[in-house]
Design a binder for this molecule. Structure first.
Ligand code: ZN
Length: 150
């Protein structure tokens, strides 16, 4: 178990948890959504500034476990400058990686690959995917999502 935990909390994850990137509100955001994971107590708001089809800026605020916070931080780094279609593709690849532990197109995935070990911990997959669901909800114009659907 301790080896697995070491895999899970790789240095890159710890770094993003300690120093989350884009961890702020975005005053000129034109999309936002809240994501809630009641099983772990993770709660984040994701802010997007869309210009036509491009994600010009993306940020997040809130609180949660190391995995959820690091994942949100990595997501903001990864999606800035991407198109909406690219962001949806990233989400799909990220979700498949969390299901299988295998990263596709590792170069394109970049730091997100650090979260591949999470697939061994099904409860933690919800932590890792939370901010991504919030991002998709924001793109769809849905204000709130929960990992535990009513
Ligand atoms: Zn969590």
């Amino acid at each position: 178990m301790s080896d697995d935990l070491n895999d899970l909390y790789q240095e890159v994850i710890l770094d993003h948890n300690r120093n989350p990137r884009n961890f702020r509100a975005l005053p000129d955001a034109n999309r936002r959504a809240e994501g809630d994971n009641p099983l772990c107590g993770d709660h984040f708001t994701v802010f997007l500034k869309l210009d036509n089809d491009i994600i010009c800026d993306v940020s997040f605020q809130g609180a949660g476990c190391a995995i959820s916070k690091a994942s949100a931080s990595m997501m903001t780094e990864h999606l800035k400058g991407k198109t909406v279609a690219q962001a949806r593709d990233c989400f799909a690849r990220f979700q498949r990686m969390l299901a299988t532990g295998q990263a596709e197109e590792e170069e394109a995935m970049g730091s997100l690959c650090a979260l591949g070990g999470v697939h061994k911990f099904p409860m933690r997959v919800k932590c890792a995917i939370l901010s991504w669901h919030a991002m998709l909800a924001a793109l769809k114009g849905e204000p709130v999502i929960s990992t535990e659907k009513p």
